[in-house]
Design a binder for this molecule. Structure first.
Ligand code: 26W
Length: 817
């Protein structure tokens, strides 16, 4: 734990307000106070960071670099204070100044530098690396605009820009003296050097630059502070000066704007490849900056590039940074003068690749045309890699096995040649992993079986995890306190120990306290709902939450079908549906994803019908909370009784929200998909509601799926679907949901909504029954908390470190005993 020096903290705080902001103390606004506290905390981070770096350098420790287009880090103040172990003293200090820390924390804007699961996972991994004292750094992009802010107008999603004040964020350190100059566009001229060796020249290229910005990442117990390095694009001065000197002022300014636009905005799709040149340039930009930075650091301590992989591991977070394969080869061959074979060996041993999705529409391909235009030398290298690779495919599968060659080639032939980024990443990496057991199996069997048969040893699984520091300690402090009072505080560093809570499963006093924590969290969420969407909800009702991106495969529609069924049961049949229920949705739809946006509208219309009907609204409420983001997740998750994880089996790679909800004592209603399967293994079927088709059943049913059969079989479903078609939920806008109706009714509905409807309703009935025995419910919720130790991202990171990266903890000497 860092030592909190009251006086020096006070000095830092006051000096910041007075001399940096230039204000007398009593004129400081909330924002000023927040910045001043962050500044004072930043000093701790910096000191520990210097110490950490020295330790790594002294030990010549192997480092891992996590390359990701997204880092969804969330607010940092309370997390940093908690990890440094100075939360309470800092709160006391502020209280003396008349400032409430809890309120101040809410002033911080959420940096929204990610779309969803993939970006949040990257952030959890950084927390775990630092908490395990491991040398691991993130590399990403310092977007000016993060993921859009979502507002709702008449039930429809609207997108608003989310300017991240990256120029003024108190956590972001601008390294104005450092920059990388990057070539782009131009042509390759085939030349030879004086020894007659092939020496390609990248000519007529343009230059732009990448500037690093650092965010300190504090590990639990304040022993290690690593960093996340985010790059902003800028115009290259040298280049501009040429044009300025040529007298074309307007052209020069245009070029400057073009260069800066590269890191303007995060692309807001989490599942669909865009094919836009600017996105490709962003991917190149990240890779080019990161690899240069990694090499610069390597060269501080080493010179022999043949041993690069002994000192450096690079993880590719999905295919977005897959160009790293070509960039590393380019540097090793063109600049460091390694022979091709050696450079290739080093590259493959350095790189590792994680796949996060099986959805075919998310598999990135980039046209050869774009690569040739933007990075001609890289394209050349990719063709060379491919040629050599295809020779090996022929050796392995026979020279005439054209089918195999066509499938495995990096280049996809057709009207337009395309580069398959997944193939490039697999061929250029020594490790390929999926993110949950079932997903990793499907990667091998379904996604790339050819590659699996060629290199079975490359393929492995690393089931995702989440950091208990943010997802229990910071977001659910009362639960954390209860756990610590019961079993001591070591569980925060070693979540496996949390199983010791099982000893309290028959302890009425403990269960009562555990239930009271949940109740208080529900009350807080009810207040938030009142304040944000002006709805009152019964805090004693079942809080049933589905919070995640809106996507057909995640089946928010299935959830809605069930809610409509409950509504009709109360309204038409005048039947009692058991304990009152509050269904809460939250999530963003990609701006161009019309169906997902329509699902949001339907949620609102069903909510309106339910919430405004006095015959129903004491038993049922439906809430949509706009602008789902990390800070909102931190409110929702601790308050959930039921966690909805209902994707069509085989479509959710892992899920990580499922883990966070379970840890915080929500019972999961879920399909046998992604990490739900492993949650089931851990918590036991008596503590979960599993329903629906499994992966094999889905595969068997798909070709024969006849939605009408399910309607004929089940009157409840028939009534629901009839209500949808007859504009019962859209009386003033008839027909707006027709496309949703049509896709649900189509044999081509790949999400098989109707096939799981009946078992889903049954599972909800079981929930309603069980909830009426509060003590039993609390025990089962407690079992979820006690048995989810496996889902700490510390466990995941240890496995990556041992099995892929070959990095080790670098523990301080004083902690070694
Ligand atoms: C090219 C556009 C694009 C952007 C992002 C395509 C695909 C993505 C991501 C791979 C989508 C994503 O976030 N995947 C999620 O990754 C999580 C972390 O591993 C998993 O838990 C989720 O199941 C998976 O959907």
């Amino acid at each position: 734990m860092a030592y909190f020096d009251f006086t020096s903290f006070e000095v830092s705080f006051q000096q910041y307000v007075k001399y940096v902001l230039g204000k007398p103390l009593d004129e400081a606004t909330k924002k000023d106070q927040l910045n001043a506290v962050c500044y004072a905390v930043g000093k701790y981070l910096m000191d520990i960071h210097f110490d950490t770096r020295k330790r790594y350098e002294k030990n010549k420790a192997k480092q891992v670099y996590y390359l990701s287009m997204e880092f969804l880090i969330g607010r940092l103040l309370s997390n940093n204070l908690l990890n440094l172990g100075i939360f309470d003293p800092c709160a006391r200090f502020l209280k003396k100044q008349g400032i409430d820390l809890e309120t101040l924390v809410e002033e911080e804007q959420d940096p929204a530098l990610g779309n969803g699961g993939l970006g949040r996972l990257a952030a959890c991994f950084l927390d775990s690396l630092a908490s395990l004292d491991m040398p691991g750094y993130g590399y990403g992009i310092n977007y000016d605009y993060g993921l859009f802010r979502q507002t709702i107008v008449n039930g429809y999603q609207q997108e608003r820009p989310d300017y991240w004040p990256n120029r003024s964020s108190p956590w972001l350190i601008r390294r104005s003296e450092e920059k990388y100059v990057l070539p782009i566009y131009g042509k390759i001229e085939e030349r030879q050097d004086k020894n007659g060796h092939y020496k390609p020249m990248w000519t007529r290229k343009k230059l732009f630059i990448g500037r690093p910005h650092d965010i300190m990442i504090a590990g639990h117990r304040g022993r290690t502070v690593n960093r996340l390095r985010l790059f902003s694009a800028a115009a290259s001065k040298d280049f501009d000066i040429d044009i300025f000197n040529d007298g074309d002022y307007i052209k020069a300014v245009k070029r400057k704007i073009q260069s800066e636009s590269v890191t303007k905005i995060l692309y807001p799709s989490d599942s669909k490849e865009t094919g836009k040149e600017l996105r490709f340039i962003q991917e190149y930009f990240l890779v080019a900056c990161a690899i240069r930075d990694i090499i610069r650091k390597f060269e501080k301590q080493h010179s022999d590039f043949e041993t690069f992989h002994d000192h450096v591991a690079i993880q590719l977070n999905d295919t977005h940074p897959a160009l790293a394969v070509a960039e590393l080869m380019r540097i090793l061959v063109d600049e460091k003068k390694l022979v091709w074979e050696t450079a290739w060996d080093v590259t493959v041993k350095t790189l590792a690749f994680t796949n996060h999705t099986l959805l075919p529409e998310a598999l990135e391909t980039w046209s050869v045309y774009i690569l040739n235009k933007v990075v001609p030398r890289h394209l050349q290298i990719i063709f060379e890699i491919n040629q050599r690779f295809i020779a090996r495919v022929k050796e392995r599968f026979g020279p005439d096995n054209h089918e195999m060659i066509a499938k495995m080639s990096i280049i996809q032939e057709g009207d337009e040649q395309k580069v398959r980024m997944a193939n490039l990443a697999i061929i250029g990496s020594h490790s390929v992993n999926g993110v949950a057991k079932i997903h990793s199996d499907l990667v091998k069997k379904q996604l790339v079986p050819e590659f699996y048969s060629m290199w079975p040893e490359k393929f492995n699984n690393k089931t995702n995890g989440v950091t208990p520091r943010r997802w229990i300690v910071a977001c659910n402090p009362e639960l954390a306190k209860l756990i610590t009072d019961a079993i001591g505080r070591r569980w925060i560093a070693d979540l496996d120990l949390i199983w010791e809570l099982e000893a309290f499963q028959n302890d009425p006093g403990f269960l009562e306290r555990y239930g009271a924590v949940k109740q208080a969290n529900k009350q807080a969420l009810a207040d938030y709902i009142r304040d944000t969407v002006s709805e009152t909800v019964d805090p004693l009702s079942i809080f049933d939450i589905q919070a995640k991106r809106i996507h057909e495969y995640k089946r928010q529609l299935l959830n809605l079908l069930h809610i409509m069924h409950l509504y009709l049961t109360v309204k038409e049949d005048k039947k009692d549906i058991g304990p009152p229920r509050t269904f809460i949705f939250s999530g963003k739809a990609a701006p161009g994803y019309h169906t997902a946006k329509l699902i949001i509208k339907l949620i609102h219309n069903v909510a309106h019908a339910v919430n405004t009907d006095p015959a129903v609204n004491r038993q049922l409420k439906v809430i949509f909370l706009p602008d789902y983001r990390v800070s909102l997740a931190e409110r929702l998750i601790p308050a959930a009784d039921v966690s909805e994880q209902i994707s069509t089996a085989g479509m959710e790679a892992s899920g990580t929200g499922n883990m966070k909800f379970a840890m915080n004592g929500a019972l999961t209603i879920g399909t046998l998909d992604g990490a739900n399967i492993e949650i089931l293994e851990q918590v036991g079927k008596e503590n979960m509601y599993i329903f629906g088709l499994d992966v094999d059943e889905v595969a068997a049913l798909r070709p024969n799926y006849q939605p009408k059969e399910y309607i004929e079989k089940d009157d409840r479903l028939k009534r629901v679907i009839y209500a949808l078609r007859s504009d019962r939920f859209s009386p003033s806008e008839p027909g707006i949901f027709r496309s949703l109706y049509n896709s649900l009714m189509s044999p081509g509905d790949s999400y098989l909504n109707f096939a799981d409807f009946i078992p889903y309703v049954a599972a909800h009935q079981a929930i309603a029954n069980d909830y009426q025995q509060p003590e039993k419910w609390s025990t089962r919720a407690l079992m979820n908390t006690a048995r989810t130790g496996f889902f700490s991202s510390d466990r995941t990171i240890k496995a990556y470190a041992d099995e892929i990266w070959g990095i080790r903890a670098q523990i301080r000497e004083k902690d070694l005993w």
